[in-house]
Design a protein around this ligand. Structure first.
Ligand SMILES: [Zn+2]
Length: 400
């Protein structure tokens, strides 16, 4: 392999690394490629308990990728708490699931990167710096609002996760404002991987280099400047994140090619993944994701009994959230009872299943430790002919 080929191989690898996205537990990466949706969670080949690497479409005109995050805090008219389901890996050291504050106790709310501070102490490590800024803004607004208005404000905040009109407006705004940037990114991709190598082959490396460098620099500067303007429009508070991204794009052409994807990635994160998919691909149904969301809403781990305020807060939040989720699913033609039905029996010896994760057990009674002690439910006797499905690789996992 010649020196030039090696340089290009490195450039391709750098570009492909720009197409990788880190997805955290609870987040959903939604890809829209040529009109088809590809929802993915963090679990993949390169994953651990903190998250996983996922690959996004390397060709800018043919795909968009969005990350959505679950509600990171439970909010009730009186207090705010960390959900019982929060992963310890996502929390600052001093904080445990179930920790919380009454609104009257909150004096100061701050943000440092992904960390949300309450009264100058770390309270939550959020999915992104955008999420931390948004949560801080919402909490300040709610803390300053009259106590009697909070219930209504919070219900509206939860309902907004499923608000298709608001979502469609954000999506349409993003598409119209990024059209020029997308064309420039495609041009840069072609310049980088087609025109530059052709120029080197035709004119030789040294004569072509100044022209290639000048051409790429002009394009990356233009893209970076437009990116900066749009980033300020879509994420007005995220100054630190903008500086980091802007500088990376100025210095690296492969990063500038990803400008549109980077702008959109966190734009829909506060919406529910099912609502995002309903807007991006109207008419398509996602039974598995709908069932998972519903089961997690109905069968959440036990609430922390040592902190009654947090337990009440989480109970209020769960009830409002579940009501909105069920309304959304029903209005989109999903059948709630079918989504909550027991799974097909994977083995004739199985007697029970966990209604949260659908793992099947040979025990008649017990709890699922993976789901915070969720009580097992009886599994219906297998219908004739279904026992062969025990060897089906798509069957749910089985525990003894
Ligand atoms: Zn379970």
């Amino acid at each position: 392999m010649s020196e030039l080929q090696e340089i290009y191989l490195v450039l391709v690898l750098i570009y492909l690394s720009e197409c990788l996205v880190w997805v955290r537990p609870g987040e959903t990466l939604i890809g829209l490629v040529l009109g088809k949706l590809f929802p993915r969670d963090f679990r993949g080949v390169f994953s651990n308990q903190c998250g996983g690497l996922r690959f996004t479409n390397p060709l800018p005109p043919f795909g968009h990728f969005f990350i959505t995050i679950p509600p990171e805090l439970c909010l009730s008219p009186d207090s705010v708490s960390v959900p019982a389901t929060a992963s310890p890996a996502a929390l600052p050291e001093s904080i445990r699931p179930g920790s919380g504050f009454k609104f009257g106790e909150i004096r100061e709310i701050g943000v440092d990167g992904r960390i949300l501070f309450v009264n100058q102490a770390p309270f939550l490590k959020t999915s992104s710096s955008y999420a931390a800024l948004r949560l801080a803004r919402d909490l300040r607004f709610l803390a300053d609002s009259p106590a009697e208005a909070r219930a209504d404000l919070m219900q509206k905040r939860i309902a907004r996760r499923f608000d298709k009109e608001a979502l469609s407006a954000v999506w349409a705004d993003y598409r119209s404002k990024t059209k020029v940037l997308e064309s420039l990114a495609i041009l840069l991709l072609i310049s980088l991987f087609v025109l530059a190598p052709l120029a080197v082959v035709h004119f030789g490396f040294h004569p072509a280099l100044p022209w290639i460098a000048a051409g790429l620099l002009a394009q990356t500067v233009t893209i970076s400047v437009i990116f900066r303007k749009l980033h300020r429009t879509f994420y007005p508070d995220a100054v630190e994140e903008l500086f980091k991204r802007f500088l990376t794009m100025l210095l690296a052409a492969p990063a500038a090619v990803r400008a549109v994807e980077i702008l959109g990635r966190r734009l829909l994160e506060s919406f529910d993944p099912l609502a995002v998919m309903a807007v991006l691909a109207p008419g398509q149904k996602f039974e598995r994701l709908a069932g998972e969301a519903l089961r997690q809403g109905h069968f959440s781990p036990a609430l922390p009994s040592q902190n009654p305020d947090s337990a009440a807060c989480e109970q209020w939040h769960r009830a409002v959230y579940l009501e909105n989720l069920e309304q959304f699913l029903t209005s989109h033609g999903y059948n709630i009872s079918q989504l909550l039905a027991p799974p097909p029996c994977a083995d004739p010896e199985n007697r029970s299943y966990c209604p949260r994760c659908l793992t099947q057990f040979t025990l008649a009674q017990g709890v699922c430790n993976d789901c915070g002690g969720q009580k097992l439910l009886p599994l219906f006797a297998p219908l004739p002919g279904l026992s062969e499905r025990g060897n089906d690789s798509n069957s749910p996992p089985v525990r003894k």
